[in-house]
Write a protein that binds this ligand. Structure first.
Ligand code: ATP
Length: 270
């Protein structure tokens, strides 16, 4: 049935160790996501209401989705994923129905995490634009707000939203009891880039001449997604050179590196 189109339900297999860098951020997420689910009795005992929503913002390809999945894995929570752009493109009424359906299913499957990618597409500031589509966005946003307000009663459901454009998000979503926590997911620094390369070469056979630290140093402005691509491509270059190759060597990494240009610019991250 089309109502569940594009929706996946699972407990993700990704762990915190699969994510390079972001140590403090992982700790904050761990507290915000794992504690209320694992220690819900302690929360009720002290009369603390757990968080209902967390907004992750930062440049594309820097692990917002991966963090949400790792958080769900750590909490052993069902993971529901939605995209703002997808909802927006649906027929009138279908997007709202899907939103309500996901929250309903998340309640049944609790503990659950609802991951909302490209949140700005539907949670954009209201008013101001002349497009007739605004009613679509407004209706979706008001459905989302209603569902989030309804989470007060529900236990063990957390909404994680992601955006590259935090300033476009409607202030109504930032009120306490909605997205209580806003976290910036930065592009990786040197240490993080080194760790990301380690993560993505973990299962690769790499030669002794490969110095991941040096590659990380040379890969300023590369996102996690681009570093992952670099590792995969290096393996493909090795195979293209010799289909019976047994290791991926430094020259393979260098060949790929020379052909890549990071999408982020310095101005964007400063
Ligand atoms: P978008 O805004 O485009 O949705 P995103 O911030 O959600 O991007 P992800 O989808 O989580 O980014 O990451 C894209 C890919 O890059 C993933 O396959 C992930 O494995 C890899 N990646 C990104 N950051 C890291 C990281 N810190 N450690 C390991 N892998 C990473």
């Amino acid at each position: 049935p089309s109502i569940t189109r594009g929706v996946t339900v699972e407990i993700p297999k990704i762990t915190w160790e699969d994510i390079g860098g972001l140590k403090d951020l992982k700790k904050k997420l761990q507290q915000a996501v794992e504690w209320p689910i694992k220690h819900s009795a302690a929360f009720s005992r002290l009369g603390i209401s757990p968080m209902r929503g967390i907004l992750l913002h930062g440049p594309p390809g820097c692990s917002k989705t991966t963090l949400a999945k790792a958080a769900a894995h750590a909490a052993q929570a069902s993971f529901f994923s939605l995209s703002g752009a997808e909802l927006y493109s649906m027929y009138v009424g279908e997007g709202e129905a899907l939103l309500r359906n996901i929250f309903q299913r998340a309640r049944l499957a609790a503990p659950s995490i609802i991951f909302f990618d490209e949140a700005d597409v539907i949670a954009a500031k209201r008013g101001g634009s002349s497009s007739s589509n605004i009613t679509v966005g407004e209706r979706l946003l008001s459905t989302l707000l209603t569902e989030m307000d309804g989470l007060e009663e529900a236990k063990g459901i957390l909404v994680l939203a992601a955006t590259n454009r935090p300033h476009a998000i409607d202030a109504a979503l930032m009120r306490p009891g909605r997205f209580d926590l806003v976290l910036y997911v930065p592009p990786p620094d040197l240490e993080a880039r080194h760790e990301i390369l380690r993560v993505h070469t973990r299962n690769m056979k790499i030669g002794h001449d490969v110095d991941l630290r040096r590659i990380a140093e040379d890969a300023e402005l590369f996102t996690g997604a681009e570093l992952e691509g670099l590792c995969r491509e290096a393996g493909i270059v090795a195979l293209r050179e010799n289909i019976t190759a047994t290791v991926v060597c430094d020259r393979h990494f260098q060949t790929v590196k020379a052909s890549l240009k990071p999408a982020l610019t310095k101005a964007e991250i400063d």
